[in-house]
Design a binder for this molecule. Sequence first.
Ligand code: ZN
Length: 86
Amino acid sequence: MPEPGPPRAIVGYHRDEENHWVARLACGHNQHVRHDPPWILRPWVTHAEGRRAMLGHALACLKCARGEPPDPPPAHPEEPGGEPGA
Ligand SMILES: [Zn+2]
């Protein structure tokens, strides 16, 4: 199911405390980009190359649709598409 919301470009990635990938969007919101088959299929998020390829790609931002304030910057920022410790 597509999530309704205005398109916002991915500007970077980080992981949450459960090691799920989170995309940082241009609007200042964070959005989980889980690969959780069979429900959510985002195989690109599981490897650095795929994440790099998706930089600048727009995701529908539900938080913008709800008018939520921007999320705080990630506690553990990572290079866009980079692997920590690589
Ligand atoms: Zn947003």
